[in-house]
Design a protein around this ligand. Structure first.
Ligand code: UDP
Length: 320
């Protein structure tokens, strides 16, 4: 198959490029590099079945030749990024989904949307099944991300119902692993880089908020299975192992062997406004429909991730 991966130079997108190439497909990665990086795909530069197009998916897309599948991964999923770039966040979810769906229609391609657990907002149902409609503040700082993904899901369903496009919707829960941007502001890169630099780990507020972290290797396997399944309605993909942010900080200290202190911080900007108190996927559907569940434990996944961050920080140190 010839597969287009938007956000192909990003964290999850670049891992997907590797997976599709490993499984014998041809991959076209598209990215405008505002948060993605060519560093993530540099090892693919000379691969005979790989190509890269520098393009902003919020503008119309023209692509020569056949396209059998599109995975729309382009996104600004870090709360710090979407506070800084709220309009770009809305555009990539809305216009980016519109143009990539248009391309899927023109090429007769199947389509997978990278949606998010943020469609559930600050959830009143725990854990979150796909049938839950969510608790989102449309006018809060997170609204730009949450609503763009909710709009994207609605658009995908409209294209499916109107044009019969074989569409898939993955609701991706917190994912981590090598190639995360060190400065993207999310909790995993923040804590790991703070621990490795011997700086305090910045736990926001009282650290009682929970998240459930999925290793990227598990996630991309779930995305691959979903693309080739027949499931049109949304499917949660994540690891249901839930942990408070304070315990997560302690785990990062343990895995890195760091002696950094844990510092409780109250951000003065809007980054923790509407911060979901709890988050854990109900993965019953993924298990039943895809035969998929996350296998990598938090400690094992963190070890792999920490190793990568160590190397990356050393490279950055050398580069000055
Ligand atoms: N968080 C934290 N310290 C940080 C970064 C994040 O305590 O340096 C908290 C944040 O308030 C949230 C959780 O960690 O409760 C996860 O935040 P992240 O930005 O990784 O993504 P989210 O899951 O909110 O999209």
């Amino acid at each position: 198959m010839r597969v287009l991966i938007t956000g192909g130079a990003g964290f999850i997108g670049s891992h997907l490029c590797d997976l599709f190439l490993d499984r014998g497909h041809e991959v076209v990665a598209m990215d405008n590099l505002i948060t993605g990086s060519l560093r993530n795909i540099v090892h693919l530069q000379t691969h005979p079945r790989f190509s890269f197009i520098n393009h902003d998916v919020t503008l119309p897309i023209y692509l020569d030749g056949p396209v059998d599948a599109i995975l729309h991964m382009a996104s600004l999923p870090s709360p710090v990024d979407y506070l800084e770039m709220p309009i770009k966040t809305l555009k990539v979810g809305a216009l980016g989904t519109y143009y990539t769906l248009g391309l899927a229609k023109a090429k007769g391609a199947r389509f997978l949307l990278a949606s998010t657990s943020e469609v559930y907002g600050d959830p009143l149902v725990h854990p979150q099944p796909e049938t839950y409609w969510g608790n989102v503040n449309p006018v809060g700082p997170r609204g730009v991300y949450d609503e763009s993904k909710r709009f994207a899901e609605a658009l995908v369903m409209a294209y499916h119902r109107t044009h019969g496009i074989p569409t898939r919707i993955a609701r991706i829960f917190n994912t981590y692993g090598p190639r995360m941007r060190i400065d993207d502001g999310r909790v995993v890169p923040n804590f790991i880089s703070q621990a490795l630099r011997g700086e305090p780990l910045t736990v926001y507020n009282d650290g009682s908020h929970t998240r459930s972290f999925c290793y990227v290797g598990d996630l991309i396997d779930g995305l691959y299975r979903l693309l080739f399944s027949d499931e049109v309605m949304p499917v949660n993909l994540g690891n249901p192992q839930e942990i408070t942010i304070l315990d997560f900080a302690k785990t990062v200290l343990e895995v890195t062997g760091s002696t950094s202190e844990i510092r409780f911080v109250t951000p003065t900007d809007e980054r923790t406004k509407d911060d979901p108190h709890t988050r854990r996927p109900d993965v019953t559907k993924a298990k039943t429909v895809l035969g998929w569940e996350a296998k990598v434990t938090l400690r094992d996944g963190l070890r792999l991730t920490v190793e990568w961050f160590r190397q990356r920080l050393a490279e950055m140190g050398k580069a000055g």
